[in-house]
Design a protein around this ligand. Structure first.
Ligand SMILES: [Zn+2]
Length: 330
């Protein structure tokens, strides 16, 4: 395979703190010999495990971006044994545009793995992560939230994996992150995900969904910051006493968890995030906005549980996920 066009301006094997870039040449109208400069920080102190911490894999998700951008200012080599690689804005073009996907090529980074060294800008970023960053890492934390179109209960998540020993290691790292909710997910759309790439490479991988709506709150940022700290303690990279936080365990075992809209229209949510839902309950109604005097379409829960995610905007389209109902398992 061709070499990656991305070159780091940091030396991942050097002790100390380095702030630099992953430099991806990108010739365009505004800069003939320009480049996409993805900020990266490396904090290393001797041998030990490596944690790769990433935010803004989707460009409109901000908890990871804020928590990790702050961490690049505060983490010192004295606090570290081993190495922490921090990329707060992973899909940098998307992050700068405030959009889920890249404005350059419409690439969804989390559906672009393993990427291509000679592909689109987004595929080149994925390829660099796949072949150059992932092999450095023992632990990977990829901080997501709902973006502009979804809102989530704050949870950390792991996937059901074939390798149960690896799944157990991921579970322990998720427990250490200590979000208010912890989700065991059966992924329905796993092809091309960073998650899948990291899991298939045998890494301890934890992702999150910490909120949404295209912004972050003081509360959701605090969850991310505490979670990152305790994740690094769990990795054996940072010292300290991990907080003991209660996390409600959730499960999304099958496709019945998802309620999808088959109509365009005006959305009336009938339950809020965290509310209990029984099988058959109306979770939302969609109104035809081209006329008055017609009954709304009711969307009912195919299973019981709690509302874990919802469509965020007031208008909804055919095919949009309206609600996600998760099982409370502990
Ligand atoms: Zn995301």
């Amino acid at each position: 395979m061709k070499p990656s066009p991305i070159s780091p301006t940091v030396d991942f094997d050097r002790d100390g703190v380095q702030h630099g870039f992953l430099k991806l040449p990108y010739s365009r109208d505004a800069a003939a010999w320009g480049a996409v400069m993805i900020p990266v920080t490396v904090v290393r102190n001797g041998s030990g495990p490596t944690a790769l911490l990433t935010g803004a894999n989707h460009g409109d998700e901000y908890e990871g971006a804020v928590a990790l951008r702050k961490l690049t200012d505060t983490l010192t080599p004295e606090q570290v044994r081993g190495r922490v690689i921090i990329v707060p804005f992973l899909n940098f073009p998307a992050f700068r545009a405030g959009t889920r996907t890249s404005p350059i090529d419409k690439g969804n980074l989390n559906r672009s793995f393993p990427g291509k060294p000679d592909g689109t800008v987004t595929e080149k970023i994925a390829d660099y992560i796949q072949r150059h960053l992932l092999p450095l890492a023992d632990y990977v934390l990829d901080i997501h939230s709902g973006g502009k179109t979804l809102d989530f209960l704050p949870f950390a998540a792991i996937h059901v994996l074939d390798d149960k020993a690896q799944e157990a290691r991921c579970q322990m790292a998720m427990d250490a992150f200590g979000a208010p909710y912890s989700m065991h997910m059966l992924e329905l759309d796993s092809v091309g995900m960073f998650d899948t790439a990291a899991e298939e490479a045998g890494k301890v991988f934890v992702s999150t969904e910490l909120g949404g709506g295209g912004t972050a709150t003081a509360r959701s940022i605090a969850i991310a910051e505490r979670g990152v700290r305790d994740f690094l303690i769990h990795c054996g990279i940072c010292q300290g006493e991990a907080s003991q936080r209660q996390s409600i365990k959730l499960d999304m075992p099958d496709g019945d968890c998802y309620v999808a809209s088959t109509h365009d229209g005006l959305l009336e949510m009938c339950v809020d995030l965290g509310d209990p839902v029984n099988t058959g309950d109306v979770v939302g109604r969609v109104y035809d906005v081209t006329r008055t005097g017609s009954a709304p379409v009711e969307y009912r829960a195919a299973r019981g549980g709690i509302l874990a995610a919802r469509h965020f905007p007031g208008l909804i389209s055919v095919g949009d996920t309206l609600a996600v109902i998760a099982d409370v398992v502990g």
